[in-house]
Design a binder for this molecule. Structure first.
Ligand SMILES: Cc1cc2nc3c(=O)[nH]c(=O)nc-3n(C[C@H](O)[C@H](O)[C@H](O)COP(=O)(O)OP(=O)(O)OC[C@H]3O[C@@H](n4cnc5c(N)ncnc54)[C@H](O)[C@@H]3O)c2cc1C
Length: 283
Protein backbone atom coordinates (compact mmCIF):
# COMPACT_ATOMS: atom_id res chain seq x y z
CA UNK A 1 0.00 0.00 0.00
CA UNK A 2 1.38 3.45 -0.92
CA UNK A 3 2.00 5.87 1.96
CA UNK A 4 -0.32 8.81 2.63
CA UNK A 5 -0.86 11.65 5.11
CA UNK A 6 -3.74 11.36 7.57
CA UNK A 7 -5.64 14.56 8.34
CA UNK A 8 -8.27 14.64 11.11
CA UNK A 9 -10.24 17.90 10.80
CA UNK A 10 -12.60 19.17 13.50
CA UNK A 11 -14.98 21.07 11.21
CA UNK A 12 -16.61 20.64 7.82
CA UNK A 13 -14.79 23.75 6.55
CA UNK A 14 -11.40 22.26 7.45
CA UNK A 15 -12.35 18.94 5.83
CA UNK A 16 -13.46 20.64 2.60
CA UNK A 17 -10.29 22.75 2.53
CA UNK A 18 -8.16 19.62 3.00
CA UNK A 19 -10.01 17.92 0.10
CA UNK A 20 -9.76 20.93 -2.17
CA UNK A 21 -6.04 21.62 -1.98
CA UNK A 22 -5.26 18.45 -3.93
CA UNK A 23 -6.47 17.27 -7.32
CA UNK A 24 -9.52 14.93 -7.35
CA UNK A 25 -8.36 11.40 -6.52
CA UNK A 26 -5.32 12.59 -4.56
CA UNK A 27 -7.34 13.10 -1.38
CA UNK A 28 -10.00 10.72 -0.02
CA UNK A 29 -12.36 11.06 2.93
CA UNK A 30 -12.65 8.08 5.27
CA UNK A 31 -15.63 7.39 7.56
CA UNK A 32 -15.81 3.78 8.86
CA UNK A 33 -13.20 2.61 6.35
CA UNK A 34 -14.96 -0.70 5.62
CA UNK A 35 -14.88 -0.03 1.87
CA UNK A 36 -12.03 2.42 1.62
CA UNK A 37 -9.43 0.17 3.27
CA UNK A 38 -10.16 -2.57 0.71
CA UNK A 39 -9.78 -0.07 -2.11
CA UNK A 40 -6.41 1.03 -0.69
CA UNK A 41 -5.17 -2.51 -0.18
CA UNK A 42 -6.19 -3.57 -3.66
CA UNK A 43 -4.55 -0.51 -5.20
CA UNK A 44 -7.84 0.68 -6.68
CA UNK A 45 -7.08 4.11 -5.22
CA UNK A 46 -3.76 5.65 -4.19
CA UNK A 47 -4.50 8.98 -2.46
CA UNK A 48 -1.68 11.15 -1.08
CA UNK A 49 -3.96 12.30 1.73
CA UNK A 50 -6.72 10.62 3.71
CA UNK A 51 -9.16 12.84 5.54
CA UNK A 52 -10.82 11.24 8.54
CA UNK A 53 -14.39 12.38 9.16
CA UNK A 54 -14.56 10.91 12.66
CA UNK A 55 -14.33 14.22 14.57
CA UNK A 56 -16.96 16.04 12.52
CA UNK A 57 -20.23 16.62 14.41
CA UNK A 58 -22.18 14.36 12.07
CA UNK A 59 -22.83 11.28 14.26
CA UNK A 60 -26.36 12.49 14.80
CA UNK A 61 -29.98 11.40 14.58
CA UNK A 62 -32.50 14.27 14.58
CA UNK A 63 -36.30 14.10 14.46
CA UNK A 64 -38.19 17.17 13.36
CA UNK A 65 -41.90 16.40 13.41
CA UNK A 66 -42.08 13.30 11.23
CA UNK A 67 -38.85 14.02 9.34
CA UNK A 68 -35.64 12.22 10.27
CA UNK A 69 -32.12 13.48 9.52
CA UNK A 70 -29.35 10.90 9.83
CA UNK A 71 -25.79 12.23 10.12
CA UNK A 72 -23.55 10.69 7.47
CA UNK A 73 -20.91 9.43 9.94
CA UNK A 74 -23.30 7.84 12.44
CA UNK A 75 -22.31 4.16 12.67
CA UNK A 76 -25.06 1.88 11.32
CA UNK A 77 -25.20 0.09 14.67
CA UNK A 78 -26.41 3.31 16.36
CA UNK A 79 -29.15 3.65 13.76
CA UNK A 80 -30.21 0.06 14.37
CA UNK A 81 -30.19 0.54 18.17
CA UNK A 82 -32.53 3.54 18.10
CA UNK A 83 -36.02 2.44 19.21
CA UNK A 84 -37.75 5.27 17.33
CA UNK A 85 -36.08 4.27 14.06
CA UNK A 86 -37.28 0.73 14.59
CA UNK A 87 -40.83 1.88 15.38
CA UNK A 88 -41.25 4.58 12.73
CA UNK A 89 -39.12 3.10 9.94
CA UNK A 90 -39.40 -0.69 10.28
CA UNK A 91 -38.12 -1.29 6.75
CA UNK A 92 -35.02 0.82 7.33
CA UNK A 93 -34.34 -0.98 10.60
CA UNK A 94 -34.47 -4.34 8.77
CA UNK A 95 -32.25 -3.09 5.97
CA UNK A 96 -29.60 -1.82 8.40
CA UNK A 97 -29.72 -5.03 10.44
CA UNK A 98 -28.86 -6.98 7.30
CA UNK A 99 -25.63 -5.12 6.54
CA UNK A 100 -22.70 -7.44 7.31
CA UNK A 101 -22.16 -8.51 10.93
CA UNK A 102 -22.42 -6.54 14.17
CA UNK A 103 -18.71 -5.65 14.24
CA UNK A 104 -18.95 -4.20 10.73
CA UNK A 105 -22.02 -2.15 11.66
CA UNK A 106 -20.15 -0.55 14.56
CA UNK A 107 -17.83 1.03 11.96
CA UNK A 108 -19.76 1.29 8.69
CA UNK A 109 -21.74 4.48 8.04
CA UNK A 110 -24.64 5.54 5.86
CA UNK A 111 -22.54 8.23 4.12
CA UNK A 112 -19.93 5.65 3.13
CA UNK A 113 -22.60 3.28 1.84
CA UNK A 114 -24.15 5.98 -0.37
CA UNK A 115 -20.85 7.23 -1.78
CA UNK A 116 -19.65 3.69 -2.54
CA UNK A 117 -22.91 3.41 -4.50
CA UNK A 118 -22.77 -0.35 -4.78
CA UNK A 119 -25.54 -1.98 -6.86
CA UNK A 120 -25.62 -4.59 -4.07
CA UNK A 121 -26.18 -2.09 -1.25
CA UNK A 122 -28.85 -3.26 1.17
CA UNK A 123 -29.61 0.31 2.25
CA UNK A 124 -30.16 2.30 -0.93
CA UNK A 125 -33.36 0.53 -2.16
CA UNK A 126 -35.08 1.19 1.19
CA UNK A 127 -33.89 4.80 1.21
CA UNK A 128 -35.23 5.24 -2.34
CA UNK A 129 -38.63 3.90 -1.25
CA UNK A 130 -38.55 6.38 1.65
CA UNK A 131 -37.82 9.30 -0.73
CA UNK A 132 -34.47 10.07 0.91
CA UNK A 133 -32.62 13.27 0.09
CA UNK A 134 -28.87 13.72 0.46
CA UNK A 135 -27.50 16.89 2.10
CA UNK A 136 -24.10 17.86 0.72
CA UNK A 137 -21.55 20.44 1.83
CA UNK A 138 -18.80 21.70 -0.42
CA UNK A 139 -16.75 24.64 -1.63
CA UNK A 140 -19.79 26.09 -3.44
CA UNK A 141 -22.00 25.79 -0.34
CA UNK A 142 -24.74 23.38 0.69
CA UNK A 143 -27.13 21.56 -1.61
CA UNK A 144 -29.82 18.90 -1.27
CA UNK A 145 -30.20 16.18 -3.91
CA UNK A 146 -32.84 13.43 -4.14
CA UNK A 147 -31.13 10.07 -3.59
CA UNK A 148 -32.50 8.86 -6.93
CA UNK A 149 -30.40 11.57 -8.62
CA UNK A 150 -27.40 11.17 -6.32
CA UNK A 151 -26.88 7.46 -7.16
CA UNK A 152 -25.64 6.93 -10.71
CA UNK A 153 -23.93 3.54 -11.01
CA UNK A 154 -21.36 1.46 -9.17
CA UNK A 155 -18.83 3.86 -7.52
CA UNK A 156 -20.43 6.82 -9.35
CA UNK A 157 -22.56 9.47 -7.69
CA UNK A 158 -23.48 13.11 -8.15
CA UNK A 159 -20.82 14.12 -5.57
CA UNK A 160 -18.73 17.01 -6.94
CA UNK A 161 -15.02 17.62 -6.28
CA UNK A 162 -14.50 18.89 -2.72
CA UNK A 163 -17.98 17.85 -1.57
CA UNK A 164 -18.92 15.69 1.40
CA UNK A 165 -22.17 14.01 2.40
CA UNK A 166 -23.30 15.64 5.62
CA UNK A 167 -26.61 13.83 6.21
CA UNK A 168 -29.55 11.98 4.75
CA UNK A 169 -33.09 13.26 5.22
CA UNK A 170 -36.26 11.17 5.27
CA UNK A 171 -39.32 13.43 4.91
CA UNK A 172 -41.79 11.35 6.96
CA UNK A 173 -42.20 8.12 8.88
CA UNK A 174 -43.70 5.48 6.59
CA UNK A 175 -45.03 1.97 7.02
CA UNK A 176 -42.34 0.01 5.20
CA UNK A 177 -40.85 -3.44 4.64
CA UNK A 178 -37.49 -4.76 3.46
CA UNK A 179 -36.87 -8.26 2.09
CA UNK A 180 -33.86 -9.83 0.45
CA UNK A 181 -32.64 -13.01 -1.17
CA UNK A 182 -29.10 -14.31 -0.66
CA UNK A 183 -27.44 -17.65 -1.34
CA UNK A 184 -26.29 -17.81 2.29
CA UNK A 185 -28.43 -16.20 4.99
CA UNK A 186 -25.68 -14.05 6.57
CA UNK A 187 -22.59 -12.16 5.42
CA UNK A 188 -23.35 -12.69 1.76
CA UNK A 189 -24.07 -10.23 -1.02
CA UNK A 190 -27.77 -9.92 -1.83
CA UNK A 191 -28.99 -11.30 -5.15
CA UNK A 192 -32.20 -9.31 -4.86
CA UNK A 193 -33.41 -6.65 -2.43
CA UNK A 194 -37.00 -5.40 -2.35
CA UNK A 195 -38.09 -2.31 -0.40
CA UNK A 196 -41.70 -1.17 -0.12
CA UNK A 197 -43.15 1.88 1.65
CA UNK A 198 -46.49 3.63 1.82
CA UNK A 199 -46.30 7.45 1.73
CA UNK A 200 -49.16 8.30 4.10
CA UNK A 201 -49.16 12.04 3.24
CA UNK A 202 -49.68 11.38 -0.48
CA UNK A 203 -51.44 8.04 -0.06
CA UNK A 204 -49.14 6.44 -2.58
CA UNK A 205 -46.86 3.41 -2.68
CA UNK A 206 -43.13 3.26 -3.42
CA UNK A 207 -41.37 0.09 -4.51
CA UNK A 208 -37.62 -0.18 -5.11
CA UNK A 209 -35.51 -3.12 -6.17
CA UNK A 210 -31.78 -3.59 -5.58
CA UNK A 211 -29.04 -6.16 -5.71
CA UNK A 212 -29.12 -5.74 -9.48
CA UNK A 213 -26.57 -3.83 -11.60
CA UNK A 214 -26.03 -1.02 -12.40
CA UNK A 215 -27.95 0.57 -9.50
CA UNK A 216 -31.11 0.25 -7.37
CA UNK A 217 -34.28 1.29 -9.16
CA UNK A 218 -37.71 2.62 -8.24
CA UNK A 219 -40.60 0.74 -9.89
CA UNK A 220 -43.35 3.38 -10.29
CA UNK A 221 -45.62 1.25 -12.51
CA UNK A 222 -45.69 -1.59 -10.00
CA UNK A 223 -46.33 0.91 -7.19
CA UNK A 224 -49.17 2.62 -9.11
CA UNK A 225 -50.96 -0.67 -9.58
CA UNK A 226 -51.46 -0.79 -5.79
CA UNK A 227 -53.73 2.29 -5.83
CA UNK A 228 -53.91 4.77 -2.96
CA UNK A 229 -54.65 2.63 0.07
CA UNK A 230 -54.81 -0.98 1.21
CA UNK A 231 -54.72 -3.06 -2.01
CA UNK A 232 -56.90 -6.10 -2.63
CA UNK A 233 -55.21 -9.45 -3.42
CA UNK A 234 -55.60 -8.96 -7.19
CA UNK A 235 -53.81 -5.58 -7.02
CA UNK A 236 -50.99 -7.13 -4.96
CA UNK A 237 -50.56 -9.84 -7.63
CA UNK A 238 -50.55 -7.19 -10.38
CA UNK A 239 -47.82 -5.25 -8.53
CA UNK A 240 -45.73 -8.43 -8.20
CA UNK A 241 -46.16 -9.25 -11.90
CA UNK A 242 -45.33 -5.68 -12.94
CA UNK A 243 -42.18 -5.66 -10.77
CA UNK A 244 -41.11 -9.05 -12.12
CA UNK A 245 -41.36 -7.83 -15.71
CA UNK A 246 -39.29 -4.66 -15.17
CA UNK A 247 -36.46 -4.21 -17.65
CA UNK A 248 -33.94 -3.40 -14.86
CA UNK A 249 -33.77 -7.04 -13.76
CA UNK A 250 -30.63 -8.16 -15.58
CA UNK A 251 -28.42 -11.18 -14.92
CA UNK A 252 -24.96 -11.04 -13.37
CA UNK A 253 -22.61 -13.58 -11.76
CA UNK A 254 -24.84 -13.78 -8.67
CA UNK A 255 -28.16 -14.65 -10.34
CA UNK A 256 -29.80 -15.27 -13.70
CA UNK A 257 -32.41 -12.89 -15.07
CA UNK A 258 -35.15 -15.51 -14.82
CA UNK A 259 -34.35 -16.25 -11.19
CA UNK A 260 -34.36 -12.55 -10.31
CA UNK A 261 -37.73 -12.01 -11.97
CA UNK A 262 -39.34 -14.84 -10.05
CA UNK A 263 -37.85 -13.75 -6.73
CA UNK A 264 -38.70 -10.07 -7.23
CA UNK A 265 -42.36 -10.84 -8.02
CA UNK A 266 -42.65 -13.02 -4.95
CA UNK A 267 -40.84 -10.60 -2.59
CA UNK A 268 -42.88 -7.60 -3.77
CA UNK A 269 -46.13 -9.43 -3.00
CA UNK A 270 -44.86 -10.41 0.46
CA UNK A 271 -43.51 -6.95 1.28
CA UNK A 272 -46.75 -5.21 0.23
CA UNK A 273 -48.75 -7.65 2.39
CA UNK A 274 -46.42 -6.92 5.35
CA UNK A 275 -46.86 -3.15 4.98
CA UNK A 276 -50.61 -3.10 4.37
CA UNK A 277 -51.26 -5.69 7.09
CA UNK A 278 -49.04 -3.96 9.66
CA UNK A 279 -50.21 -1.93 12.68
CA UNK A 280 -48.90 1.38 11.33
CA UNK A 281 -50.92 1.25 8.09
CA UNK A 282 -53.37 4.20 7.95
CA UNK A 283 -57.06 3.36 7.92
C1 LIG B 1 -17.23 -7.79 5.23
C2 LIG B 1 -18.14 -6.75 4.64
C3 LIG B 1 -19.49 -7.00 4.56
C4 LIG B 1 -20.36 -6.04 4.03
N1 LIG B 1 -21.69 -6.33 3.96
C5 LIG B 1 -22.53 -5.41 3.45
C6 LIG B 1 -23.92 -5.72 3.35
O1 LIG B 1 -24.39 -6.78 3.76
N2 LIG B 1 -24.75 -4.77 2.81
C7 LIG B 1 -24.27 -3.56 2.36
O2 LIG B 1 -25.05 -2.73 1.90
N3 LIG B 1 -22.95 -3.26 2.44
C8 LIG B 1 -22.08 -4.16 2.96
N4 LIG B 1 -20.74 -3.87 3.02
C9 LIG B 1 -20.27 -2.57 2.48
C10 LIG B 1 -19.92 -1.49 3.52
O3 LIG B 1 -19.89 -1.92 4.83
C11 LIG B 1 -20.84 -0.30 3.42
O4 LIG B 1 -20.81 0.24 2.13
C12 LIG B 1 -20.51 0.80 4.47
O5 LIG B 1 -21.71 1.39 4.84
C13 LIG B 1 -19.50 1.85 4.02
O6 LIG B 1 -19.37 2.83 5.04
P1 LIG B 1 -17.97 3.27 5.62
O7 LIG B 1 -18.25 4.33 6.63
O8 LIG B 1 -17.16 2.12 6.09
O9 LIG B 1 -17.32 3.90 4.31
P2 LIG B 1 -15.78 4.15 3.97
O10 LIG B 1 -15.11 2.87 3.63
O11 LIG B 1 -15.14 5.01 5.00
O12 LIG B 1 -15.97 5.04 2.64
C14 LIG B 1 -16.55 4.49 1.48
C15 LIG B 1 -16.46 5.55 0.35
O13 LIG B 1 -17.24 6.68 0.69
C16 LIG B 1 -16.46 7.87 0.82
N5 LIG B 1 -17.05 8.57 1.95
C17 LIG B 1 -17.33 8.06 3.17
N6 LIG B 1 -18.03 8.95 3.90
C18 LIG B 1 -18.19 10.04 3.12
C19 LIG B 1 -18.86 11.30 3.31
N7 LIG B 1 -19.51 11.60 4.45
N8 LIG B 1 -18.82 12.20 2.31
C20 LIG B 1 -18.19 11.91 1.14
N9 LIG B 1 -17.55 10.74 0.90
C21 LIG B 1 -17.56 9.82 1.88
C22 LIG B 1 -15.03 7.38 1.00
O14 LIG B 1 -14.09 8.31 0.51
C23 LIG B 1 -15.05 6.10 0.16
O15 LIG B 1 -14.92 6.43 -1.20
C24 LIG B 1 -19.84 -4.80 3.56
C25 LIG B 1 -18.47 -4.54 3.66
C26 LIG B 1 -17.62 -5.50 4.18
C27 LIG B 1 -16.16 -5.19 4.28
Amino acid sequence: MASFDLVVPETAEEAIAALQTLAPGEAAPIAGGTNLLFDLEEGRIAPRRIISLRRLPWRTLDWNGGALTIGSTLPLRSLEDDPEVRRRHPGLYEAVRNVGGVALRHRATLGGNLVRSSPASDLTPMLLALDAEVDLVGPQGDRRVPLDRFLQSSRRTDLRPGELVRSVRLPEARPSAFLLQRVRPANDISQVVVAVAFASSERSWRIAVGGVPPRPTLLPEAAASLGSGRPDPAAVRRAGASAASHSALAADRRASEEYRRRVVGHLVERAVAMVSGGEGFPA
